[in-house]
Design a protein around this ligand. Structure first.
Ligand SMILES: Nc1ncnc2c1ncn2[C@@H]1O[C@H](COP(=O)(O)OP(=O)(O)OP(=O)(O)O)[C@@H](O)[C@H]1O
Ligand SMILES: [Mg+2]
Length: 396
């Protein structure tokens, strides 16, 4: 994991940030439930928001808080200034009524209406703190490990639930945030003329793990105009933050609906949801390293599901769609890996993030090889097959 560079601006101390967030959550919960007994429970590690379980009398509730709509990684690296500056800006941000949590609350209410993908139950929004009821069900990530033979079936089911969103004609313009798209995030992080210092610093943390030159090389390849997908004509409302940890499956055969947590609704090509989901599942495998036979079954299931999703257009269009999908997957992998690598050690990361940040080599090597195929103009089918083989090797 990286250390804070000497050139970095003065950054807030993690303890100040976390104590402040706990106080905001406690006060917001007391305002929301003035007659209840409120206490803080365990914190859920995240590079993005500050998430904590709380108890309200005998019920459990999730509380989520965002600083300035930015990630905790950026905040603790000093991207928004020192603590007095952040605190003053945060007070204005929450008062402005435009907070990320307000938007997430609006997204949850939107999803809960009609037959859209079913979100966690909204419990309240107070002073920038979002409260949701614990969504029950088994995270798809865990279910895949337990039942890898059902991978394609479970993914088909998940994406069937997302269809109404992709077909929605609802005016959701006030709901979405462009900053969550894969390409938008990639450009924000690396598209400016000087991503070099950031990459060099992160590259330092990958020394001995494939070398510091890998990350800049991968980014350079993905920024080439020939790599960049054309702006898609198929734009629709997409889920955004779609990963196997965010899909909670009800017990088999009980007819209950899947719950989707942590939306990040965005107008984009629905295949970006597929790209994110597939890549985050691959990252989960690389981080957890299941038995090779299990990894193989899950990867085969992912590939089968991708086939199912792309079917229905001409063979040429399917190949183009597969190439785009792979490019988005690679961009997403670099987006999240660099976030994990940039996290200061004071920030607890979720298990996948912790594993990838402490051992980025296998993933970097896979991404390096696959972006090389992309650059060389390798045929799409053989590139996709090689990518699956590289991901399997990284997870072994
Ligand atoms: N309502 C809920 N029901 C069940 N689990 C929840 C709920 N809200 C949050 N969680 C748990 O807390 C974790 C972090 O919450 P969430 O994903 O909303 O935060 P985030 O900061 O956006 O994280 P990420 O970086 O993963 O997007 C979730 O992955 C999940 O494990
Ligand atoms: Mg999120």
């Amino acid at each position: 994991m990286s250390t804070v560079s000497l050139l970095a601006p003065p950054a807030p101390a993690a303890a100040d940030v976390f104590v402040y967030a706990d106080r905001q959550i406690t006060e917001a919960a007391i305002t929301q439930w003035p007659d209840a007994w409120v206490s803080l429970g365990t914190r859920v590690p995240s590079p993005t928001g500050y998430v904590r379980r709380i108890r309200v009398d005998d019920r459990h509730v999730y509380a989520k808080y965002s600083f300035l709509g930015t990630s905790l990684v950026s905040l603790l690296r000093g991207a928004s200034g020192d603590w007095p500056k952040v605190q003053a800006a945060q007070e204005r941000y929450v008062r402005s009524g435009e907070s990320l949590m307000r938007r997430e609350a609006a997204q949850i209410r939107f999803l809960a209406a009609g037959r859209r993908p079913r979100p966690a139950q909204f419990k309240g929004l107070q002073a920038g703190v979002l409260f949701t009821a614990p969504a029950t069900g088994t995270p798809l990530s865990r279910l895949l490990l337990a039942d890898p033979g059902r991978t394609a079936e479970l993914l088909d089911e998940t994406f069937r639930d997302l269809q109404p969103l992709y077909q929605s004609r609802a005016d959701a313009s006030g709901l979405t945030g462009a900053e969550r798209s894969i390409v938008g995030t990639f450009h924000r992080k690396f598209g400016h003329p000087t991503p070099h210092a950031y990459l060099a610093e992160l590259g330092g943390s990958t020394n001995g793990d494939g070398g510091p030159e890998l990350l800049p090389r991968v980014v350079r390849r993905l920024l080439k105009p020939t790599s960049l997908p054309n702006p898609s004509p198929h734009r629709a409302l997409c889920y955004g933050d779609l990963k196997p940890e965010h899909v909670l499956m009800p017990p088999h055969g009980q007819g209950a609906r899947i719950r989707f947590i942590d939306p990040g609704l965005v107008f984009a090509d629905p295949h970006t949801d597929l790209a994110k989901f597939v890549m985050r599942t691959v990252l989960f495998l690389v981080a957890t390293k299941p038995a090779p036979a299990v990894t193989e079954q899950i990867l085969n299931g992912l590939a089968e599901h991708v086939d199912n999703q792309l079917r229905g257009t001409s063979p040429h269009d399917q190949l183009m769609a597969l190439r785009q999908l792979l490019t988005w997957m690679l961009m997403d992998a670099v987006n999240i890996l660099t976030t994990y690598l940039a996290a200061p050690s004071s920030l607890p990361l979720p298990p996948t993030g912790e594993a990838l940040a402490s051992r980025p080599g296998p993933l970097l090597l896979a991404v390096d090889r696959v972006t090389a195929y992309l650059e060389q103009g390798t045929s799409v089918t053989s590139m996709w097959e090689s990518a699956l083989a590289e991901f399997k090797a990284a997870a072994t």
